[in-house]
Every structure is written in structure tokens, then in C-alpha cells.
Design a protein around this ligand. Structure first.
Ligand code: SF4
Length: 299
């Protein structure tokens, strides 16, 4: 069976929109209606007219789509695709931090569960974290679960006090990249510009020429002839598609959860309408306020 053709046929027949994250395997990105970073996928999920949304990414992304479009059916081909970063911040940790810092709003990275978001004041993505923190009137903000993204926000919004919860949270895929790896890549490709994701450590951020989300990379990495891309390797596919004349070098960074979905999984999910994402109404209603507040703050 030609899965790619069958997936496109089924998507049309079932009025389904396929939304795919930039870190997914190339063949999944190639059957998408929309590819993007977390913020772009959240926006498109909210605006979409389709009856069904199929989210090819990790579970919190599918929850976000369901929260923003409660009337739609949201499916995820691999419900076991989790996120090691999202697991590091629980609703209890948010409640405890808020009790310890009364009046400080909690800014939660979208890489978190629906139940955790429901306890927070506003969400952010790596594309808009600094803008979101800047938009708040309070001088002190709580921020989690990514301490590296928090460090980047602190640098860009020095007028605020940013308290990280937990103190040392981080994405294992990005956090394990070292300055030595970046320097070795620079030595090998001396004419390339280095751009890293803000989930990388502050030392790697310091060793890079530019810092940005995957959406930022896709919008901006056509301007130079050669790049070293310091983020999950899936991003190389859309970059090469957007800028066929440009040379891109990656580093060794693979998120296993982003590589779980196969064309067969996607086909079966669409065909059988299985793996529906359900978010409890009370949690969805609270989490929606935090996500919509972010969308307004970064409009
Ligand atoms: S790359 Fe990191 S933050 Fe993104 S889904 Fe994988 S574990 Fe989570």
C-alpha cells in the first residue's frame, strides 16, 4: 500500500487536518497539511475548520489542540509519545511555588501537561517566551519547567526577576549538547553561522551566533549560505526544503519520542479514528485561559 497517498485520501474523505511538528520524521512532515513549531501548531489548531485534527508530535501538543478546539475530534497516532521535559513539572509543584511566592504569576512552557497548564497563569513557547514575560505587569514571575529557556528569558528581559521551577529542569535532548561539540562543528565548517535553540544550556547559547525557536530558524536561516543548526535533527528536513541552495549542518540530537510515529500509525489512526485525545472539561477550561492569554500576548 502507498501509505502517503492513502493518508491524503483519508484526510480529505474524513475532513481531517494533519498538523506535524518540525522534529517529526521527514516522511510524516511530507504528508502534513501544516508543519510548524508548537506556537504555529497551537494557532492553526485554533483557527482550523476541519472536523478532525490529527496531531503528529508529542502528547502535550495533542492536548493543546484539544483544549483550543474542544468541539473537534483530536487524534494522535502514538499516544505514548511523551516529553521528558513536560514530565518535570507537576500541578503540585506549581501550587507549592505559587504559595511560596504569593502574587507572582506562573509562566509555563507549552511543553507541560494539560493538568499543569491548568494551574498556571499563562503559557509560552520558545518563540514567544521573552514577549510573554515582558507582557506581565508583575516584577517577579515563576517560570518552568525549562531552566535553560528561563536563562534566555532572564537575559532578554533583565527588568524582571525570573524564578525557575524546578531549579534545574531541562530537555535532555538539548541539554546534552556541549560547547565542545559546537566548537568542533565551527572548526569543521568555519564559514557557517551557528544558531541554537533556547532549550540548549546557557554555555551553548553563549557559544552560538544566534538563538531561536524552530519556527524562527525556518523564517531566518535562508539569509546566510551555510549554517550549523543546534537543535533536534528533524528540523534539517524543512530547512533544506525551504532553502535548497543553502548548506545546513546538524549536530547529534535526536528526540526518540518525536520519531515514534510511522506512516502506518498515521494511516491506521485516520482510518479507524482511534487514539482520540480527551481532556477533562475543568482542566481544559483552566488551561485554555492560560493558552489564550499567551496567544493574545504574542499576537
Ligand atoms: S525535544 Fe525535548 S522538549 Fe522536545 S519533545 Fe523531545 S524531550 Fe520534549
Amino acid at each position: 500500500m502507498n501509505y502517503a497517498e492513502e493518508i491524503r485520501r483519508l484526510a480529505k474523505e474524513k475532513d481531517a487536518l494533519i498538523l506535524v511538528h518540525n522534529y517529526e520524521p521527514a516522511e510524516i512532515q511530507d504528508v502534513a497539511d501544516i508543519c510548524g513549531d508548537s506556537l504555529e501548531l497551537a494557532r492553526k489548531a485554533k483557527e482550523a475548520d476541519a472536523k478532525t485534527l490529527v496531531i503528529c508530535g508529542v502528547y502535550f501538543m495533542a492536548e493543546t489542540a484539544k483544549i483550543l478546539s474542544p468541539e473537534k475530534t483530536v487524534l494522535i497516532p502514538r499516544p505514548d509519545a511523551g516529553c521528558a521535559l513536560a514530565d518535570q513539572l507537576t500541578p503540585e509543584m506549581v501550587r507549592e511555588a505559587k504559595a511560596a511566592h504569593p502574587g507572582a504569576p506562573f509562566v509555563v512552557y507549552v511543553n507541560s501537561s494539560a493538568a499543569t497548564k491548568a494551574e498556571c497563569d499563562i503559557t509560552c513557547t520558545s518563540a514567544n517566551a521573552a514577549d510573554v514575560v515582558r507582557s506581565l505587569k508583575e516584577d517577579t514571575v515563576l517560570f518552568g519547567p525549562d531552566a535553560n529557556l528561563a536563562a534566555w528569558v532572564r537575559k532578554n528581559v533583565p527588568e524582571k526577576t525570573v524564578i525557575t521551577v524546578p531549579e534545574d529542569g531541562g530537555c535532555p535532548v538539548h541539554h546534552k549538547v556541549t560547547v565542545e561539540e559546537v566548537e568542533a562543528a565551527r572548526k569543521e565548517f568555519p564559514n557557517a553561522t551557528v544558531i541554537c535553540h533556547p532549550e540548549c544550556s546557557p554555555a551553548v547559547q553563549e557559544a552560538s551566533d544566534m538563538i531561536g525557536s524552530t519556527g524562527y530558524m525556518i523564517r531566518n536561516c535562508g539569509e546566510e549560505k551555510e549554517w550549523i543548526i543546534v537543535t533536534e535533527c528533524g528540523i534539517l528536513h524543512p530547512l533544506k526544503k525551504h532553502y535548497p541552495e543553502t548548506i545546513f549542518h546538524g549536530i547529534e540530537a535526536v528526540c526518540d519520542h518525536m520519531k515514534l510515529i510511522t506512516l502506518k500509525d498515521l494511516y491506521e489512526t485516520l482510518n479507524e479514528g482511534k487514539n482520540e485525545v480527551i481532556v477533562e472539561k475543568e482542566i481544559a477550561d483552566s488551561a485554555r485561559k492560560a493558552i489564550e492569554r499567551m496567544i493574545e500576548a504574542s499576537a
